[in-house]
Design a protein around this ligand. Structure first.
Ligand SMILES: [Zn+2]
Length: 93
């Protein structure tokens, strides 16, 4: 669900740079423990709804700010998961 929504937003934006960046961000992260995704699911869903609402209500700056927060938040969670050994980075070459 998360990947699909991101892909669709990138597609709508029409940005090649964003499309490349979003693909490279997703590939290397592997959760060692699948339960983490479940725990993060509700939070992710709420963040997505606020972003979509801002887009629907035609507040592009607000949507951009929320999207940046969403990505930064996900990165924070991912790095703490890596630090505690609950996930790892794997490069698919
Ligand atoms: Zn997302």
């Amino acid at each position: 669900m998360d990947r699909k929504l991101h892909a669709r937003l990138v597609e709508i934006s029409g940005s090649d740079t964003l499309a490349r960046a979003s693909r490279s961000v997703w590939v290397p992260f592997v959760a060692a423990d699948g339960t983490w995704w479940q725990a993060r699911h509700d939070e992710t869903h709420r963040e997505h709804l606020t972003i979509l609402q801002a887009i629907e209500e035609n507040h592009p700056e607000e949507a951009e700010r929320l999207a940046q927060e969403h990505v930064l938040h996900a990165l924070e969670v991912m790095s703490s998961q890596i630090d505690t050994g609950k996930a790892e980075l794997k490069w698919h070459l």
